[in-house]
Design a binder for this molecule. Structure first.
Ligand code: BGC
Length: 754
C-alpha cells in the first residue's frame, strides 16, 4: 500500500509541468555524453556561441544560426512570445533539438524593481538580498528567462567608477555574504529548482579596481590584494553553488581577464573546483583585438578558449574560427569538448530539455503578484541610510500642512528605479513626491524639479531607452526652473529636496571625475537652506557623493540610493517614522573625488594620521572620510558594552567566541548593525588597520539589551601572505573591536599562540 502511494506521489511530482526533479551527477553525465557523441564539430561550437537577440549594426537575427545548431544561447531578448518562437526553432527544427539557454541582465528585479545592489548591501541583511533575488528569479523565469548575468561581485573602492552601483561596495566580508545570498536567491536549493534562474558571478576579476575609476581601464593589483580583497565574493559564490561565471573585460596585470589562464583555469577551476561554465562579457572575445592582445581574430578565439573561457557572448568569434582551428590542428577537439560539456551539463541541470518553453498565461499572473511589491518596499526600507539628523528633525510629524518636494529626482520614475533595467522595462516606480503626497493627503504638497541634470557626455545605453529624447534645457529655461523651485520652497513650511544622480549617471560606462551633486543642485540646495526653513535632503543615486557642504548645513540627510519600484513609498515610510532607518554604508563616503580610492581597510603607515605634525595626508583638507564605512544613524541610539572573548588566548587553528551587549538607549524601537573588526598587529606581512569579520543586524525595543556573539577562528584570522605566497594563520596579537561602524571604539585584545 505504502509503495503504491509513493509511486503515485512520484508520478504527481514528476508530472507537474515545469518542475523537473534534479538529475543526479551520473544522469547529467550520461545525457551529456550521449549528446556530445552525436554532435558535429560545428554543433559543438554552436553551444559555445551566444547570439544577440537584437543585433547591433543591423545584422541578421539568431533564427538561422539556431536552425543549424549554431547558437546555444541567446541574450538581449525580453519577450515571452519571441522566446517561445526561437525556442521552437531550436527544439523542433535543429538536428539535435538542444534547447536554448536564455540569458538577460536581471540585476535588481525583473518587473518588480528592488533597490540597486549597493542599496541592498546597505541593509546589511543578506536575507533581504536573498529574497529580492528570489522574487526577481520568479518573475524572470516565468517570463522565459533561464539565466541572469548577476550577481555582480566586484569590490569597488573608487566611487568614480560607475559600476559601484551594481555591487556590494568596498568590503570583501560583506561582499561575500551578499554574494552567497544572491546566489541562493537566484538559484534556490539546486540548479534547476522551480521558479529560479541560473546565476552568473561577474566580472571575474577585479574589474572595480580600474585605474582612475575609469570603466574598462586596466587593473593592476597584487596577488595578495586579489586573494584577500577581490576574490572572496567570487569564492563565496562558488561555495554557494553558482552555475556560471563571466570574465571581466579589462586587462588584469597586463593579461585580459577573458583570456587569463591563471584566473580561469588555475584559480577558478583548479583551486576552487568550479564545475560550471564561463562566459565572456559582451563582445569581449573579439575586442581582445582592440585591446591589443592579439593581431588576428583566430588567435584571440584560440587563446581565450585555451585559457578556460567556454562561451563567446555576442562577438561571433568562436563561431567564425574554432572549427577551422581544430581542422588545422591548432586546437584539439577535446579542448572544445570540455567547454561543450560544461555548457550542456548546466542545460541538463536546469531541466531545459524537459521544460523548454515559458507559459505565457502563468507569466502574466506571476508578474502581477502583489506580494512582490510588498517585498520590494520592505527591502527599500531596510536599505536606507540616515546620514544626518540634527535636532531630531526626522521623523517628520504627520501634522505637516505645507510641504515642498523639490529637485530633479523628486518625481522621476525611471531614476527612482535606477540603473540596469531589463530591456523594454517600463518604469513604474512610486516617486518620492508621490510617496509624500500619499502620506499627507490633506496637506498642501507642492513640487518643482529645478534645473535639469544630464550627462555632459551621453551614454551609449541611452539609445535603448524607449521614447523621444528631450532636448537639453537652455540656460534661460534652467534659470527659470531654478527660480521656480526656490519660490516653491519659499512658499512651504518644510522642504524635502530630492537630489543626486540620474539612473544613467552610474552603472556601466558611467564613470565620473567629480563626485559633486551634478548640475546646479548644490546651488539650489544652498539657496533653499538660506531661506531658513527646515530642509531634508533625500539622496537618490548609485554612488557615494561628496556632499561636504550639505553634511554641515542641511539638518537631515537620508541616503535612499536608487530604491526601486516602491522607492517613494519606502522613503515616506522612513521620513514619517513608520520605519526607523537601520541601514549602514557599505562604502566610505569621500570628501571629494580627489580622495578616491578611499576605503577603511587601509594598512597603517610609518606616520599614522592624527598626530600634531601629521594631522592629514593632504595639506588642503582632512584625509578622513565624510562618512566612514559601516556608518548610519537611527531615530534611536545604541550603546555597546561588555565586549568579551571566550578566552584571551587562542591556539592556532582554534576558534573563540566574541560576545558584546548592544542596548537600545533611546525611546523607540530600532535596528542596529553590530560590526566586528580585527587587526593583526604584526606578522609576515603588514595587515589592514581594520577588517570586518562579523556583523549582525538586530531589532531592539527601547531599553532592550541583546548579547550578540561572533565566532573568531581560522576563517576570520587567516590571510594570503605576499611574502610567503600562501594562506597563513599566524600566532600573533590582534585587536578586536565591536561597534556601530568602522570607527568602533570598544576594544579587546586577542592573542593567538602556537
Ligand atoms: C556588461 C555585463 C552584462 C553584459 C550583457 C556588458 O556590457 O559589462 O555586465 O552582463 O553586457 O548585457
Amino acid at each position: 500500500m505504502r509503495k503504491t502511494m509513493l509511486a503515485a506521489l512520484v508520478v504527481v511530482l514528476t508530472a507537474a509541468p515545469g518542475i523537473p526533479a534534479p538529475p543526479s551527477d551520473a544522469q547529467v553525465r550520461a545525457r551529456v555524453d550521449a549528446l556530445v557523441a552525436q554532435m558535429t564539430l560545428e554543433e559543438k561550437v554552436g553551444q559555445l556561441t551566444q547570439a544577440g537577440g537584437i543585433s547591433f549594426g543591423g545584422g541578421p537575427g539568431p533564427e538561422e544560426a539556431l536552425r543549424k545548431g549554431g547558437a546555444g544561447s541567446v541574450l538581449w531578448v525580453n519577450d515571452t512570445k519571441r522566446f517561445n518562437a526561437l525556442q521552437k526553432i531550436a527544439v523542433e527544427e535543429s538536428r539535435l533539438k538542444i534547447p536554448i539557454l536564455y540569458g538577460l541582465d536581471v540585476i535588481h528585479g525583473y518587473r518588480t524593481i528592488f533597490p540597486i545592489p549597493l542599496g541592498m548591501a546597505s541593509s546589511w541583511d543578506p536575507s533581504v538580498h536573498e529574497r529580492a533575488a528570489e522574487v526577481a528569479a520568479r518573475e524572470a523565469r516565468a517570463a522565459g528567462i533561464h539565466w541572469t548575468f548577476a550577481p555582480m561581485l566586484d569590490i569597488a573602492r573608487d566611487a568614480r567608477w560607475g559600476r559601484i552601483a551594481e555591487g556590494a561596495g568596498e568590503d570583501p566580508y560583506l561582499g561575500a555574504a551578499m554574494a552567497a545570498a544572491q546566489v541562493r536567491g537566484f538559484q534556490g536549493p539546486y540548479l534547476g529548482a522551480p521558479d529560479r534562474l541560473l546565476a552568473c558571478a561577474k566580472h571575474f576579476a577585479a574589474y572595480g579596481a580600474a585605474d582612475g575609476g575609469r570603466d574598462y581601464d586596466p587593473v593592476y593589483v597584487s596577488e595578495g590584494q586579489l586573494r584577500n580583497v577581490f576574490f572572496p565574493p567570487f569564492a563565496a559564490a562558488v561555495a554557494a553553488g553558482v552555475g556560471s561565471f563571466m570574465a571581466a573585460y579589462m586587462d588584469l596585470n597586463d593579461v585580459p581577464a577573458a583570456a587569463n589562464a591563471w584566473l580561469l583555469r588555475d584559480v577558478l577551476r583548479g583551486e576552487w573546483g568550479f564545475p560550471g561554465f564561463v562566459v565572456s562579457d559582451a563582445f569581449a572575445v573579439r575586442n581582445l583585438l582592440a585591446q591589443g592582445f592579439a593581431r588576428e581574430a583566430k588567435d584571440v578565439a584560440a587563446r581565450a578558449l585555451v585559457a578556460g573561457l567556454d562561451m563567446d557572448m555576442a562577438s561571433g568569434t568562436f563561431a567564425q574560427h574554432l572549427v577551422a582551428l581544430v581542422k588545422q590542428g591548432t586546437l584539439e577537439e577535446a579542448q572544445i569538448d570540455r567547454a561543450v560539456r560544461r555548457v550542456l551539463s548546466v542545460k541538463v541541470q536546469l531541466g531545459l530539455f524537459e521544460a523548454p518553453y515559458a507559459d505565457e498565461v502563468r507569466a502574466a499572473s506571476v508578474l502581477a503578484d502583489p506580494q512582490h511589491g510588498a517585498e520590494a518596499r520592505r527591502a527599500a526600507q531596510r536599505s536606507m541610510v540616515l546620514l544626518r539628523n540634527e535636532k531630531k528633525l526626522l521623523p517628520l510629524p504627520q501634522s505637516l500642512t505645507n510641504v515642498a518636494v523639490i529637485g530633479p529626482l523628486a518625481d522621476s520614475k525611471a531614476d527612482t528605479e535606477g540603473s540596469w533595467m531589463v530591456f523594454g522595462h517600463v518604469p513604474a516606480a512610486v516617486t518620492v513626491l508621490e510617496g509624500v503626497k500619499a502620506r499627507l493627503k490633506s496637506a498642501r504638497v507642492t513640487h518643482a524639479p529645478g534645473p535639469e541634470i544630464r550627462r555632459e557626455v551621453p551614454s551609449f545605453f541611452d539609445d535603448f531607452v524607449p521614447g523621444p529624447k528631450k532636448p537639453a534645457q537652455t540656460k534661460e529655461q534652467a534659470e527659470a526652473a531654478f527660480q521656480q523651485a526656490l519660490e516653491t520652497a519659499r512658499g512651504a513650511d518644510l522642504v524635502i529636496a530630492v537630489m543626486g544622480e540620474l539612473a544613467n549617471m552610474s552603472g556601466e560606462a558611467a564613470s565620473r571625475s567629480s563626485l559633486d551633486l551634478p548640475g546646479r543642485q548644490e546651488e539650489l540646495l544652498r539657496a533653499v537652506v538660506a531661506l531658513g526653513k527646515p530642509v531634508v535632503l533625500v539622496l537618490i543615486g548609485g554612488r557615494p557623493l561628496s556632499i561636504t557642504w550639505a553634511s554641515e548645513n542641511v539638518p537631515a540627510i537620508l541616503e535612499a540610493w536608487q530604491p526601486g519600484t516602491e522607492g517613494g513609498r519606502a522613503v515616506a515610510d522612513v521620513l514619517f517614522g513608520d520605519v526607523n532607518p537601520g541601514g549602514k554604508l557599505p562604502v566610505t563616503f569621500p570628501r571629494n573625488a580627489g580622495h578616491a580610492p578611499l576605503y577603511y581597510a587601509r594598512n597603517l603607515t610609518h606616520q599614522p594620521e592624527g598626530s600634531r605634525q601629521y594631522r592629514s595626508r593632504y595639506w588642503d583638507g582632512p584625509t578622513t572620510p565624510l562618512y566612514p564605512f559601516g556608518y548610519g544613524l537611527s531615530y534611536t541610539t545604541f550603546a555597546y558594552s561588555n565586549l568579551k572573548l571566550g578566552a584571551p588566548q587562542l591556539r592556532l587553528g582554534a576558534a573563540v567566541t566574541v560576545s558584546v551587549d548592544v542596548t537600545n538607549t533611546g525611546a523607540i524601537a530600532g535596528d542596529e548593525v553590530a560590526q566586528l573588526y580585527v587587526h593583526q598587529k604584526a606578522g609576515s606581512d603588514s595587515r589592514p588597520a581594520r577588517e570586518l569579520k562579523g556583523f549582525k543586524r538586530v531589532s531592539l525595543k527601547p531599553g532592550e539589551t541583546q548579547t550578540l556573539t561572533f565566532p573568531l577562528g581560522p576563517d576570520e584570522l587567516r590571510y594570503w601572505s605576499t611574502s610567503q605566497k600562501r594562506w597563513l594563520q599566524e600566532a600573533a596579537a590582534f585587536d578586536v573591536w565591536v561597534g556601530g561602524d568602522s570607527t568602533a571604539a570598544l576594544h579587546a585584545d586577542l592573542s593567538v599562540v602556537p
